[in-house]
Design a protein around this ligand. Sequence first.
Ligand SMILES: Nc1ncnc2c1ncn2[C@@H]1O[C@H](COP(=O)(O)OP(=O)(O)OP(=O)(O)O)[C@@H](O)[C@H]1O
Ligand SMILES: [Mg+2]
Length: 216
Amino acid sequence: MIITFGTQKGGTGKTTLAIAFANYISGLSQRKINVFDFDYQKSFYHKWKEDELLDIPKLYDVEIIGEEEEQPFSDFETLINLKESEEINLFDLAGTLDAKYSDLLIYSDFIVIPFEYSDVSAKSTLVFVNFLGLLESQAERIFIRSKYDKGYKYLNQEGMDAEISRYGTLLKSPVFKRNCLQNMDTRKLTYEQKYTVKNPFNELIEYINETLQISL
Ligand SMILES: Nc1ncnc2c1ncn2[C@@H]1O[C@H](COP(=O)(O)OP(=O)(O)OP(=O)(O)O)[C@@H](O)[C@H]1O
Ligand SMILES: [Mg+2]
């Protein structure tokens, strides 16, 4: 299967959540996990490389794809094989819309879309979901509140939740804003990090299992 972390807006937490999810699911699932860094900045890949210095075994491999080519997948079959595979294939995208992402966005099983409650984030999120609509993407859209601050009353929260819910599934549990997510590595989750992501990720996993009628 293919699970893609993407949205048009930069800095919303795609890479943070992709790393956290890869680590989290590694601890839960028997399936092989493969990570594909599809961002020209290669933040996930660099972090994973840097973590080779750690004295902890790696949980998964991270591959860079589509660095220069217009057509990042050597052929269409490669993408379909990833989709049909029992392995968990995670993609981390850049915060830009790019034609090179089209096939991936069309054939992903799930697109996890982190967002924040701000006018800029609202607009970018809607641009992104409209782009998915234009592509006629088959993927299930899953929205996740990122860097959520419990003590803050967001003026546009209700309206945005309602708007977003027209396009996909909004996870009930947010990922709270926590410093512990700012220094994550690709080989483990600390107790605090696990505690921060477990509710939204359990919801996400349950949703994936129900949708595909599998057990991750
Ligand atoms: N829940 C959180 N709590 C606190 N800080 C967070 C949280 N999620 C992400 N951050 C911080 O926000 C910044 C941007 O996060 P991240 O790099 O994951 O975003 P991104 O969407 O991948 O950005 P880009 O579009 O550049 O790839 C990072 O400094 C990260 O540590
Ligand atoms: Mg990123």
